[in-house]
Design a protein around this ligand. Structure first.
Ligand code: ZN
Ligand code: ZN
Length: 274
């Protein structure tokens, strides 16, 4: 099993770090986890064609994690996918997909009419994750678990297990016990890492002050100063960071996280495969 970090960025545009997205590959199974800005192009850069993916997992409903989903659904269909696409996500996932397809209703209709083949529209099967969180996706053992990202509720992390390998993706979360529990001794923990202190304060973004923004961020994200402690307790074989701001400096992150965590550490980069 391997993971490709397709996008290691945040909502703010950054050509070096595209929006959040990861591709899990286990044998013939490809699972896309989140579909942030630039995901479809990143897939192609990583030599994966959209029709090769039949399953998408969404961690939570912040738009930076799904803003490329309509691009993905329609492009996959234009490129000839004839299998249904399964999308798994928190409650409200059905409504989001319905609305997305409604936005593109005219486009889909004229494409079919133009081709004159009466081809069916993209078939999207949505699975809203409730408390039934153990899943088998094309035979791959997958578990959704709750993380803490208030006010977004619910927000999930995902764990994937094959016979000999395990990967956990944190999604967006503040430091939380459930990460430590679900990622304990995992082979690879891909964890968000928001170095909010590095982001210059811009008035007009909705926050009252720089202090107010940092305080609010700490309530729903994990700063590098806290990530070392999480990793120390979870003790993964490898920790990889994601969800990083443009101003994040890899050497600085290594140093801050390394203060509390002495295991293998990878500062994630777009298109890195582990
Ligand atoms: Zn979020
Ligand atoms: Zn996010």
């Amino acid at each position: 099993m391997q993971i490709t970090l397709l996008g290691t960025g945040v909502p703010t545009p950054n050509p070096k770090r595209r929006g959040p997205a990861q591709l899990i590959k286990a044998g013939n199974v490809n699972i896309l986890v989140d579909c942030g800005s630039g995901t479809v192009n990143q897939l192609v850069q990583g030599n994966v064609s959209p029709p090769q993916i039949n399953n998408v997992l969404i961690t939570h409903h912040h738009s930076d994690h799904y803003i490329d989903l309509d691009h993905f659904i329609i492009t996959r269909w234009i490129m000839g996918a004839d299998k249904p696409l399964h999308i798994y996500g928190p409650i409200r996932q059905k409504k989001i997909i319905e609305n997305m397809l409604a936005v593109h209703e005219y486009d889909l209709k004229i494409r079919v009419e133009h081709q004159g083949t009466k081809r069916p529209l993209p078939e999207v099967i949505v699975h809203e994750i409730g408390e039934e969180i153990e899943m088998e996706i094309d035979g791959l053992k997958t578990r959704a678990f709750h993380v803490e990202h208030p006010p977004v509720d619910p927000a999930f992390g995902y764990r994937f297990d094959t016979q000999d390998r395990s990967i956990v993706i944190s999604g967006d979360t503040r430091p939380c016990e459930n990460i430590i529990k679900n990622a304990y001794n995992v082979d690879l923990l891909v964890h968000e890492c928001m170095h909010s202190a590095k982001v210059p304060f811009v008035p007009g973004g909705g926050w009252k002050s720089a202090e107010h923004r940092i305080e609010a961020m700490a309530r729903y994200h994990t700063f590098p100063e806290k990530l070392g402690l999480i990793a120390k307790d979870a003790d993964p074989k490898i920790l990889a960071t994601t969800h990083m701001v443009s101003h994040s400096e890899p050497s600085e992150l290594m140093e801050i996280i390394g203060h509390d965590y002495s295991g293998a550490l990878v500062i994630g980069e777009d298109l890195m495969t582990i």
